[in-house]
Design a protein around this ligand. Structure first.
Ligand SMILES: [Cu+2]
Length: 139
């Protein structure tokens, strides 16, 4: 509700002065000066925001009752797809054409993730139960 309160609670707003400090620190690091001293402290402070900015979007596919749910999932380029096995039976995610490396056999509640960074239609199946099939469409 209170904008002032929110500003205090979240570390989000990045002041221009802080950006300049980080740019300056990067320049100093690049030149090699102060690398040992400034590295750890500046790295620690800058990292959470850098990770948040580049963190890919995540979409979930559940594996339950011997099926991928949803069977077809359409995502944007760069999306991280996470499959989670909700069955008591082991399952596995394998690309039908080798477009991505197969997961290991997943036990109950195990997950496997892959980031789709090229557009295309990616068919996959469970190598343990080959009748289980799914598709990721990347646009
Ligand atoms: Cu399976």
């Amino acid at each position: 509700m209170n904008a002032r309160h929110r500003t205090v609670a979240l570390p989000r707003p990045l002041s221009r002065r802080r950006l300049m400090h980080e740019t300056l620190a990067a320049a100093l690091l690049a030149s090699g000066a102060l690398a040992a001293r400034a590295g750890p402290s500046y790295g620690g402070a800058a990292k959470p925001e850098a990770v948040a900015a580049t963190d890919p979007q995540t979409k979930a596919v559940d594996i339950k009752n011997f099926a991928f749910v949803p069977a077809t999932l359409t995502v944007a380029v760069g999306t991280r797809v996470v499959w989670t096995n909700r069955d008591d039976e082991a399952h596995l995610v394998a690309s039908s054409d080798g477009a991505f490396k197969a997961s290991p056999a997943m036990d109950t509640d195990d997950s496997f993730a892959f980031v789709f960074d090229k557009p295309g239609t990616y068919a996959y199946f469970c190598a343990i139960h080959p009748m289980m099939r799914g598709t990721i469409v990347v646009r």
